[in-house]
Design a protein around this ligand. Sequence first.
Ligand SMILES: [Zn+2]
Length: 423
Amino acid sequence: MMNEHKTLLHNVDKLLNMLVHLFIIRPYKSDKTHIKYILPCLLPDRTEYDLKRMNESVKTKRFQIVFPDNHMPPTFYYVLVGGLLKEWKLIEKNPDMPEIYNLYACFRLDSETQQLEIFWKESQVYINLKNYSRDKEWERNKIVEILEIVKKRIQKVFLVYRHTNEDYEIRVQCPEHKTSFVSLAAIMRDGEAMCNDDTLKHGLTYEDVFHSKLLETNPLLKEKPTDKHLGRLAIYLVREEAISLAARLRLHLSLIEVDRAAQKTSDTNMRRLYILYKWRSSNGFATLGDLIELLTVTKDYHTDELLKQLETSPERQKYAIPSKRLDCIPENNVDIKIASKYIGALFQFLMLELGLHVVEIEADIANNRGDMYNTIFCLLDKWRKKHAENSTTRTLLDTASFVGIDTIEMQKEIIKKSQQLRY
Ligand SMILES: [Zn+2]
């Protein structure tokens, strides 16, 4: 009897851990011996009347989270609120117990007069940011921070419950038309979006929502991603596997297709390039801004750091090679013959940096039947013909180092060769 009781207790711990992991319950207070747990539906539902009465004369910003392709069950709401409890300390300085009802929760924020309500209605999640203050307005950064935390939790819920291809959108309520919600991403990106109210269609601006001007955005964000951009990201996103990258890009590939993509090559850089390439071909109008937005949803990456990766140019380095060899295009392609021996597995990324395209690279790989030396030589020769003005030895060496290729052996052999040629 005693033994059975012990076994049961042991399993209770496991069960509790599992429920915590699934965001169904949250531990909230512990002393040395006890942890207390809360379940996000402790209190009865707030009635419509309660909500209306509470809403009077309070400045509220309302956001709506919609799932266009799927019908989400209310369970999604519970696990989202369960997960938000974990982030709650990030948004509130002096955390106490939030009020959690059936399908409704209220979190107090760092300023006592500002609160976050989150509730479920008609298969959608609503977020009310309420400001009871007489003088203080919502700060733009605070709103963005809260929404980012919510987005991050949505992604985590999808991840834990293995919904890798879920789509969702956050919309903001039009201040004039309470039943109309407008795409927040469009407002953040373009500075305005359409309010499709039944009686009056109109543009809703960034200023209407955030009471401040939209910061100047980097013009690069409006450009379409080139092969070179995709190559740089493929090398930079080292933490991603093909499958996790496809999930971030909400690429609607079946798992089998992603697996196939991953098996196409054992080179992880190339797997990522393949996924990025797939994303671009299925999103013909997408910009670098759209791509960066998808990559930064969970805050594992930041817009500035990704832009820096895309904007940096190869640095001019010092070499012991005589200038007349370094800054010219050698006869007989001596330098590219030498380089072809040493470039190695990163060659495709070097070619992208030098301005060649993925299709040209793939064609030369196929033509040379996997012979790496010949493939690289053909590609470098193509580069030299295509960019006759600046395809110098220096450009080749600087760009190779930039991609992460060790050029020391190449340099030694080029120096040796240039000395032989002098005699
Ligand atoms: Zn409107």
